[in-house]
Ligand binder design. Structure first.
Ligand SMILES: Cc1cc2nc3c(=O)[nH]c(=O)nc-3n(C[C@H](O)[C@H](O)[C@H](O)COP(=O)(O)OP(=O)(O)OC[C@H]3O[C@@H](n4cnc5c(N)ncnc54)[C@H](O)[C@@H]3O)c2cc1C
Ligand SMILES: NC(=O)c1ccc[n+]([C@@H]2O[C@H](COP(=O)([O-])OP(=O)(O)OC[C@H]3O[C@@H](n4cnc5c(N)ncnc54)[C@H](OP(=O)(O)O)[C@@H]3O)[C@@H](O)[C@H]2O)c1
Length: 317
């Protein structure tokens, strides 16, 4: 039997598990924030689009108004870890576009999950209790295959994200713009409400500076989505609607051309809509139309272990 957990153990637990400092924390609103973390260790080489694991101890407090949780004496003493895509401010404080891996501080864009249908969300209620200067755990290894494919500088790059799924796209956008990509770059994001667009101003600034860059927004729960009597009412807009209604093609100025395009999908698995595949059988798509099926209908292909396709995805759960 483990000994009962004693809060006096906390300083030693933090000392032995934590290896990074939260140097900056900025809230877009109560449930959405930028976390900037400086690891004690040098950050090894990493590619835009990759993720890193953040950890906090089960002993840390949870933010108010989050689903209650009760941990036993073993779990109270363990680290809780979750994967987070590395995001990027894209523009440096002097206004330059810089590749994100030059910054020793890693930026993360995280939403607070207050409640869950299954077990209570474990990490975000603790992350949203932190203050700048607090310590935490950051895995030394940066990992993931959701990175920019080899491409010509004139190719079209299409990023589609729900919510904080834009994080890896910001890092990839910084890389593309910094290396002088001249083909169209579209970053499309679907959020519940306009206030969930934490990087909106940065993207608008990029649009002013780079004629090939386009930031497209779809909301689903604002008055323009829900109330037909509101001026500008558009109904609920998903990323799928931006493609079906030709909004993406209008932004790039020509029809989608799969042979010179790369599509990146990140966030909510239902938006992505990954098909089930078995050898020799056609893919079986989920009932509700996801982006993989829609782009497949337009001639894009999902890669597998043997062939590189031009649809890439990262699902967050
Ligand atoms: C490769 C990878 C990269 C990720 N990058 C990010 C990121 O950059 N920013 C980020 O906020 N999250 C990201 N996530 C999700 C993250 O790992 C956690 O799952 C999330 O922060 C919730 O953690 P939790 O312990 O509080 O709840 P969990 O128990 O992990 O999740 C509970 C439920 O919350 C919902 N959920 C989880 N993540 C999100 C999300 N991002 N947006 C909306 N609903 C969600 C799902 O329904 C999930 O089942 C990523 C996940 C993966 C696999
Ligand atoms: N204002 C708030 O209270 C608030 C704001 C942000 C986040 N949160 C919390 O953060 C967590 C994550 O929320 P989130 O909004 O970032 O992520 P999310 O729930 O994944 O939603 C992001 C966007 O994806 C849309 N979407 C859902 N299913 C889709 C599908 N099949 N195809 C295409 N798009 C689809 C959502 O539309 P729908 O409207 O149809 O779901 C929403 O606009 C939640 O637990 C929530 O509690 C709360």
């Amino acid at each position: 039997m483990p000994t009962p957990f004693d809060p006096a153990e906390i300083p030693a637990l933090r000392q032995s598990h934590y290896n990074a400092t939260l140097v900056d924390l900025r809230f877009c609103h109560d449930d959405l924030a930028f976390f900037r973390i400086l690891p004690d260790h040098p950050v090894g080489p990493w590619k835009p689009g990759q993720f890193c694991t953040i950890g906090l101890g089960g002993w840390e407090p949870r933010a108010p108004n989050t689903q209650p949780e009760s941990l036993d004496d073993v779990h109270c003493r363990l680290l809780i870890r979750r994967a987070y895509s590395i995001s990027a401010p894209i523009l440096t404080p002097t206004g330059a576009v810089a590749p994100p891996y030059l910054d020793p501080v890693l930026e993360f864009y995280i939403t607070l999950v207050r409640r869950n249908h299954g077990p209570p969300p474990a990490l975000t209620p603790r992350l949203f209790s932190l203050q700048p200067g607090d310590r935490l755990h950051l895995a030394e290894k940066i990992a993931g295959h959701y990175t920019l494919a080899p491409m010509a500088s004139t190719d079209t790059v299409l990023f589609f994200a729900t919510g904080t799924g834009e994080a890896p796209h910001n890092a990839m956008t910084a890389e593309l713009l910094a290396r002088g990509h001249t083909g169209p770059i579209v970053s499309a994001v679907c959020v519940r409400n306009q206030i969930d667009l934490g990087y909106l101003e940065t993207h608008r600034e990029l649009e002013r500076r780079f004629p090939n860059y386009h930031y497209l927004v779809a909301t689903t729960r604002d008055p323009i989505n829900l109330d037909p009597s509101v001026s500008g009412y558009v109904g609920k807009m998903y990323l799928q609607d931006l493609v079906r209604q030709g909004v993406v093609e209008s932004a790039i100025g020509h029809p989608l051309e799969p042979s010179t395009s790369h599509a990146y999908l990140c966030g909510n698995p239902q938006m992505i809509g990954i098909p089930e595949t078995s050898h020799g059988e056609p893919p079986r798509f989920p009932q509700s139309l996801g982006m993989v099926e829609l782009l497949s209908q337009r001639g894009f292909t999902l890669g597998d272990r043997h062939t590189a396709g031009n649809i890439h995805f990262e699902k967050y759960w």
